[in-house]
Each structure stands twice: as structure tokens, then as C-alpha cells.
Design a protein around this ligand. Structure first.
Ligand SMILES: Cc1cc2nc3c(=O)[nH]c(=O)nc-3n(C[C@H](O)[C@H](O)[C@H](O)COP(=O)(O)OP(=O)(O)OC[C@H]3O[C@@H](n4cnc5c(N)ncnc54)[C@H](O)[C@@H]3O)c2cc1C
Length: 491
């Protein structure tokens, strides 16, 4: 049997591509190396708790009547109802630098008021930035070239600190370049985070995954879990043969077209004998951005108002692979229970993501042959302890004598003192789980914006297509499938 479409990887983008392909009447198989779908955004169960991997916040929040939002397009294309997601908007989030803080929520006026109060000379420029972002021509599917957002931003925003405070959360939410971000990505993420806003499904990422899995079955797509594609072979330009590892066995899958969300370098490596694209001259495009993530499940939620805190200890933002195992200059703290009305969330977790150095974690894991070794485990424990110290330090530096911050340092201490479960991921965990080269969460530094490779029947979707985050990945899978699979059925 020859499938019309084989999708490699059940990340968000692969799931969306498979659903769209199957919706157009194609025979579709989705192959995922793990026994659970979701890729970088998945979940697991521990001690009676469901723990999300990855998801802090969904970007691109919209109210039911706002039909221009990318998330609206995603749901419409996949025939998912808005109500099913049960989105809880964040109450507020904050970009926190030593000399200034910017609080924002899904009410755009809040950020405008903040800018007007804290950067009065910049409010008109900020309004211009909003108009610029709204009108930015998106080149996805037309192969636009990389442009530096850092070089562009001073042409609109003059204040150095404000430039940094806008760049920082946007880089953290989707840049595969160090200390900068592609201008198109900047425009997309500026709109996604600040103009549309953040939310989280009640019940976390598994709600989204359960809905997507249900849609796969409804459309008749064959989902094969625990199947790792280990090689792809061209069969006389008619179809592609995928060699698939299933435990100790190998099975063969034939497909006329293949869409991969595994990443560009990762997919390229599958063509071991006949390269789709020469890798040798492209080694430098490997992404360097990876993170550790500490998760603390607590008996109660700390009394803190913000959902996401993008903090930097310096007024010049830092976003690059650090020289040590982790970077303690900046990070992202997430309180999942601060989405929705007070007491609506019940996850009782605190999460902290820090930039981290894949090579060092890799060496630790490799030097002793296994990630279960003492050295690696000890390093994890040390870095988790440093993460706790960083969290405490962050709250201590707040003006705790004021309003909602009052008594918060004791709150954090007592909350973290009653942790029922803790976990700590490293860039090596990300690599082992998803196969991402270098644990690069945001993929290669080069993006393949038309989704094409030099093989006529092989396409890329997701991170290396250039659309990032959960909503971006879903949109990417839809876009690539519509362009190369659905359009074909319509001819
Ligand atoms: C710690 C962390 C926090 C994040 N926080 C957020 C957030 O708050 N909001 C947000 O929007 N985004 C967040 N993201 C980013 C988001 O998770 C990703 O941008 C998005 O999920 C990428 O989806 P994808 O489909 O491109 O790829 P992936 O999720 O990487 O999926 C690739 C899939 O392919 C599979 N695969 C790889 N090779 C093979 C093979 N050979 N055979 C079969 N299967 C294979 C992998 O197992 C995986 O399931 C976060 C990511 C991380 C790591």
C-alpha cells in the first residue's frame, strides 16, 4: 500500500499537517517515535499530577468574534470549536528589568498606559510600531531573507531600554538567533504576544492534544506511535520509502509525499545515502538556543499576580548560549494558575526556564555513557538549587512592601518548602526526547519559508518552516499541507 502522505513527527505542526491532509481525502499516516503525541509540547503523569512539558502560554489569544486572529484560522481550518479549548486569558504578565517594569495583559490599553507613564517620549513611536507590525508583509511561503530586528527597531523606538524590553520576551518566545531575531518573526511575535495576547487552556496542553488526536481519528488518519523513521529512500521519483524502527523490528512505509516536522538537519540526516540537501556546508546553521526548565508542583499556589515573568538582571538583555551550564542573568517564570480568574486554575505549579548550554550538558551525559550517571544528576540538582535561589532572589528584589507584592518572599519560600514533586529538564533531555540537534528548541538559524526541500516530494513544516510556538507550529502544518497536499486534490 502506498500512502498519499506520510508525516514524520506528531509535534503540533505534524499533527495539523496530517489532519489537513486527511481532511482533503488523502490517505495519511503519521509516524511518531514516542508513544505520546505533542513533541516539545507534551505532558506526563507523576504522583497524581499531570505535568505539561513546554507549554507556558498560548500566544494569539482572541475573543470569539475576532475572526482575523491566527488562532481563529487554525481552529477553523482544523474544524475545532473555540469553546473546546476553554482558554483562560492571563491576568497580567510582566517584562522586568532592573530600571523598569512593563506590565501587560490582553487589554492592549494596559500596555499603552504603561508605556505612556514609563516612557512618555516613546508613546507615539510605540503606536507607530503597532501599525508597522499590523501591516508587515509576511513572506512565509515566499522565502524572505533574514533581517535583523535589533538593527531595525531603533528606526521606530528611540529609547534603548524600551528597545531591549520589547526584544527580550519576543526573542525568548521564538528566536533561534543569538541576541537578535529575524524581523518577520519579530513582527509576528510582537502581534502574537502584545496585541493579541496570552492564554492557556484550562487543563493545560493535554486538552489541545486530546482534541487534535480525536480529529486525526475522525478524519481517518492512521496514527502510528512508537515508530521512529530511521531512513528515507527515494523510489524512482514516484514515491518515498520510509524505513521505520519499531522496537527491535523495522517496517517499511511507502508514501507519495512526505511532510516532516522533525527539523531540517534532522530530516536531512534521514537521507543518509542520497542527500536531499548537502549538510556539510550548512553545519553552521544549527541553532544554539536551548533551555533548562525547572518545575515545582506545590501544595498551594504562591500569592503572585502575574502569569509570566520575563526577567533580566541587566538592562541590556542577554539571549545566547551561555558559557556555563545555565545562564542566571535572565529567565522566564511561569505561574500557570494565574491564567483565568483567581482560583480558576488548579495546577499549583511554578516553572522557570533558563538559557542553557547544550554542549556542556551533552558532555556530562556522554562522559559517563548515560544520562542517569552521577555527574549529570548532580549537575541537575545543583542547577535546580540555583534555579530556586534565582526565583527567591527575583522576588526579594521586588518592592515587597507595596500592594500585591507584600510578603511575597515568605510566600515563595513557604510554597517551595512544600513541594510535592519537582523535575528538571536539560537541553540534553530535549534532544533525547525530540531528536532536535543541539537541543535547539527553536530549530535552525536558517528557515525554509516555502517548506520546500530539494526533493520534490519532501516538505518541512513547524519550527524550521519558520513558524514557532504552539499556534505558529499548528499554522505551519496547515499552511504546508494546504499548499502541497490539499491544493493538489483541488486541481
Ligand atoms: C521548555 C519549552 C517551553 C515552551 N514554551 C512554549 C510556550 O509557552 N508557548 C508556545 O507557544 N510554545 C512554547 N514552546 C515552543 C513550542 O513547544 C514549539 O515551538 C512547538 O511545539 C514546535 O512544534 P513542531 O511541530 O515544530 O516540533 P516538535 O514539537 O519538535 O515535534 C517534532 C516531533 O517529531 C518527532 N520526531 C523527530 N524525529 C523523528 C523521527 N525520525 N521519526 C518519527 N518521529 C520523529 C519528535 O519526537 C516530535 O514529536 C516551548 C518549548 C519548550 C521546549
Amino acid at each position: 500500500m502506498i500512502f498519499d502522505l506520510a508525516v514524520i513527527g506528531a509535534g503540533m505542526s505534524g499533527l495539523a499537517a496530517a489532519i489537513r491532509g486527511a481532511m482533503s481525502g488523502k490517505k495519511v499516516v503519521l509516524l511518531e517515535r514516542h508513544t505520546r503525541i505533542g513533541g516539545l509540547n507534551s505532558y506526563y503523569f507523576r504522583q497524581g499530577q499531570t505535568i505539561d512539558v513546554g507549554l507556558h502560554a498560548l500566544t494569539n489569544f482572541y475573543q470569539p468574534r475576532q475572526s482575523t486572529s491566527p488562532l481563529f484560522r487554525v481552529l477553523r481550518q482544523l474544524r475545532i470549536s473555540y469553546e473546546e479549548l476553554q482558554l483562560l486569558p492571563h491576568r497580567s504578565s510582566v517584562v522586568s528589568f532592573p530600571d523598569q517594569e512593563l506590565v501587560f495583559s490582553n487589554q492592549r490599553e494596559q500596555l499603552l498606559t504603561e508605556i505612556a507613564q514609563k516612557f512618555p517620549a516613546e508613546i507615539d513611536n510605540f503606536m507607530r510600531l503597532i501599525e508597522w507590525a499590523k501591516e508587515y508583509p509576511l513572506s512565509a511561503l515566499s522565502g524572505g531573507e533574514y533581517k535583523s530586528a535589533r538593527a531595525f527597531l531603533p528606526s521606530i523606538i528611540k529609547d534603548r531600554l524600551l528597545q531591549e524590553m520589547l526584544l527580550f520576551p519576543i526573542m525568548f518566545y521564538g528566536s533561534s538567533w543569538e541576541d537578535d531575531i529575524d524581523l518577520e518573526q519579530f513582527a509576528i511575535l510582537f502581534k502574537s504576544i502584545f496585541l493579541e495576547g496570552l492564554s492557556r487552556p484550562k487543563g493545560g496542553v493535554r486538552v489541545i492534544l486530546q482534541i487534535l488526536q480525536q480529529r486525526l481519528y475522525e478524519e481517518g488518519c492512521e496514527l502510528r506511535l512508537g515508530r521512529e523513521v530511521v531512513e528515507v529512500v527515494d523510489v524512482k521519483d514516484v514515491s518515498l520509502l520510509l524505513k521505520v524502527r519499531v522496537g527491535a523490528q523495522t517496517e517499511e512505509v511507502f508514501a507519495r509525499k512526505v511532510i516532516s516536522c522533525a527539523g531540517y538537519l534532522e530530516t536531512d540526516a534521514l537521507f543518509s545515502k542520497e542527500k536531499v540537501k548537502g549538510m556539510s556546508d550548512e553545519v553552521n546553521i544549527a541553532g544554539k538556543i536551548s533551555f533548562t526548565e525547572a518545575i515545582w508542583c506545590c501544595r498551594r499556589t504562591p500569592a503572585w499576580q502575574h502569569a509570566v515573568v520575563f526577567f533580566s538582571k541587566n538592562n541590556q538583555s542577554y539571549y545566547r548560549r551561555p558559557p556555563g551550564l545555565i545562564d542566571t542573568n535572565s529567565g522566564l517564570i511561569c505561574f500557570p494558575d494565574n491564567f483565568g480568574e483567581k482560583n480558576e486554575g488548579s495546577e499549583r505549579t511554578v516553572r522557570l526556564s533558563l538559557l542553557a548550554n547544550f554542549d556542556l550538558w551533552h558532555q556530562l551525559a556522554q562522559s559517563s555513557q548515560s544520562s542517569q550517571t552521577m555527574e549529570y544528576q548532580e549537575a541537575k540538582q545543583q542547577c535546580e538549587a540555583m534555579s530556586v535561589a534565582l526565583l527567591r532572589d527575583y522576588f526579594l528584589r521586588q518592592r515587597l512592601d507595596q500592594g500585591p507584592y507584600q510578603g511575597l518572599n515568605q510566600g515563595i519560600d513557604s510554597v517551595l518548602g512544600e513541594v510535592i514533586f519537582r523535575d528538571f529538564y536539560t537541553p540534553w533531555s530535549i534532544h533525547r526526547y525530540t531528536g532536535r540537534v543541539g537541543g535547539a528548541v527553536y530549530g535552525c538559524q536558517k528557515k525554509f519559508r516555502d517548506g520546500r526541500t530539494t526533493h520534490p516530494n519532501l516538505y518541512l513544516c513547524g519550527t524550521d518552516h519558520g513558524l514557532l510556538g504552539v499556534v505558529g507550529a499548528l499554522l505551519s502544518g496547515i499552511t504546508v499541507a494546504n499548499q502541497y497536499i490539499v491544493a493538489e486534490s483541488a486541481l
